[in-house]
Design a protein around this ligand. Structure first.
Ligand SMILES: NC(=O)c1ccc[n+]([C@@H]2O[C@H](COP(=O)([O-])OP(=O)(O)OC[C@H]3O[C@@H](n4cnc5c(N)ncnc54)[C@H](OP(=O)(O)O)[C@@H]3O)[C@@H](O)[C@H]2O)c1
Length: 353
C-alpha cells in the first residue's frame, strides 16, 4: 500500500464496499473537507476495485483482507459497512490495530454481540461510533428545547412509521437481509433509527408489550411490530413500525401528549419539509392556535461523520454522540419486543448492556 495526505486530513479505510458505501458514504465524505477515503476492502475484491475507482482510491490501496486494511499505514480510522453480524469482528480488529472505528447500524446482529462491543468500547480510549444517523436530527433538539417545556407534564405518546412493501427496494436483494442473522430482520435494521428518534426525545424505554408478525416471505423474519412502551420516566405510549403492508401512503408521525398541550412531529416523505406542530392549553376550551414549525433539517450523514471526526481528532471518545452503550439500548428494545411477541404480548423488561 502507498500514499499519504495532509495531517489535518482524517484518512479513512472502508470495510465493505456495498450499496450504502457507494450510494451514501462516498457522496457524504465528498461533502466534508478534511475526511477522505484512502483505502478499501471488500469480500469480493472486484467490487472494492470498482469502489476505489469511484472514490479516487489508489489501486494499490485495495486491501486483500480486513487485517491488511486495518494495518495499513495510511489508514487513520475505519468505516465499517458490513452485514452487521460482522461488526463485533470489525471492533476486535479496531482494537488489535489501534484504529478508531465507525460502524453502520444496528450495532450488531444479537444482544450478546452488542454486549461484547459495549464491554470492549468501555475498556478502550479508542472512539467507537455507531452510525445511527437519526440521532442527529435537528428536530429532536427543537422538540426538546422549544416545545416540550410548553406542554406541561409529558404523559404519553403515539409513534407510527408505516409504509407499503416496496418490491424494488435496492436493499432487499442483499443476501444478508434475505436470511437475516440480525434479530427481527427489518425490525432491527430500520427500527433502531425510529427508536433513536423516540428515545432521543423522550428518554429510555423500561419495558415493552408487543405483537410482531411476518407479512412478506422476502423479509426472512417478522416485519411488522405493534407495541406499547413504558418509558423509564413513567411516560407511556405506543410504537408501531413496518413497511410491509399493501398500498398505503408512507407515514411517519410522532405525537406527544402533555397536561398543558401536545405536539406532532410529522416527517412523512410526502411533506416538502418535516413539520413540528403544537398547541398549548390545559383543556379544549383553552387551546391555543396551532403553531407550525417547518424544520430545516441538516444532513444527518454529514453530521455523524463530523461528530466521529471531532472525537478522533480530539482523541476524546466522550464526544461520540452514539457510543455502543446507546445503540445497545435501541437494539435491546427490539429484542424485548420480539420476546414479548413470543409470549403473546406479555410485558418484557428492556435489558441493559
Ligand atoms: N444508516 C442507514 O440509513 C443505512 C442504510 C442502508 C444500509 N445501512 C448499513 O450499511 C451496512 C451495509 O449495508 P448495505 O446495504 O450496503 O449492504 P451490502 O450492499 O450487502 O454491503 C455489505 C458488504 O459487505 C460485504 N460482505 C458480505 N459478507 C461478508 C463477509 N462475510 N465478510 C466480509 N464482508 C462481507 C459484501 O461483500 P460482497 O460484495 O462479497 O457481497 C458487501 O460489499 C449495514 O450495516 C447496513 O445496516 C445503513
Amino acid at each position: 500500500m502507498s500514499g499519504h495526505q495532509g495531517k489535518s486530513n482524517l484518512r479513512i479505510g472502508v470495510a465493505g464496499t456495498g450499496i450504502f458505501a457507494t450510494d451514501k458514504h462516498l457522496p457524504t465524505l465528498n461533502k466534508i473537507d478534511n475526511l477522505s477515503f484512502v483505502a478499501c476492502y471488500n469480500r469480493t475484491k472486484a467490487k472494492a476495485e470498482t469502489f476505489a475507482e469511484k472514490a479516487g482510491i489508489d489501486k494499490a490501496n485495495v486491501a486483500d483482507s480486513l487485517d491488511e486494511l486495518f494495518n495499513a499505514d495510511q489508514v487513520d480510522v475505519v468505516d465499517a459497512l458490513l452485514p452487521v453480524q460482522y461488526n463485533l469482528d470489525a471492533v476486535k480488529h479496531a482494537i488489535k490495530f489501534n484504529r478508531p472505528i465507525a460502524l453502520e447500524k444496528p450495532i450488531s446482529a444479537t444482544l450478546e454481540q452488542a454486549r461484547e462491543i459495549v464491554k470492549i468500547s468501555e475498556a478502550t480510549d479508542l472512539p467507537i461510533a455507531i452510525l445511527e444517523n437519526w440521532s442527529f436530527l435537528k428536530a429532536i433538539d427543537i422538540i426538546k428545547s422549544e416545545v416540550l417545556p410548553k406542554i406541561g407534564q409529558v404523559a404519553a405518546f403515539t409513534y407510527r412509521a408505516t409504509g407499503a412493501w416496496n418490491a424494488q427496494n435496492k436493499y432487499a436483494g442483499t443476501a444478508w437481509r434475505q436470511n437475516p442473522e440480525h434479530i427481527g430482520g427489518y425490525l432491527s435494521d430500520g427500527g433502531v433509527h425510529q427508536l433513536a428518534l423516540l428515545t432521543g426525545v423522550l428518554g429510555d424505554v423500561a419495558s415493552v408489550s408487543a405483537l410482531t408478525k411476518q407479512l412478506r416471505k422476502e423479509s426472512g423474519s417478522d416485519d411488522i411490530l405493534f407495541s406499547t412502551l413504558n418509558l423509564s420516566s413513567g411516560v407511556i405510549g405506543t410504537f408501531t413500525y413496518g413497511s410491509a403492508f399493501g398500498a398505503t401512503e408512507k407515514s411517519t408521525s410522532f405525537t406527544i401528549y402533555g397536561t398543558e398541550g401536545s405536539v406532532v412531529y410529522d416527517f412523512s416523505p410526502h411533506l416538502s419539509k418535516p413539520t413540528i406542530t403544537y398547541q398549548t392549553g390545559p383543556s379544549l376550551q383553552s387551546a391555543s392556535e396551532k403553531v407550525v414549525i417547518e424544520v430545516e433539517e441538516q444532513d444527518t450523514f454529514v453530521a455523524e461523520f463530523e461528530n466521529f471526526a471531532e472525537a478522533v481528532l480530539n482523541k476524546d471518545k466522550s464526544h461520540i454522540k452514539v457510543p455502543p452503550a446507546k445503540a445497545f439500548h435501541h437494539l435491546a428494545i427490539i429484542a424485548a419486543a420480539l420476546e414479548s411477541s413470543n409470549k403473546n404480548g406479555s410485558s418484557v423488561s428492556v435489558e441493559g448492556p
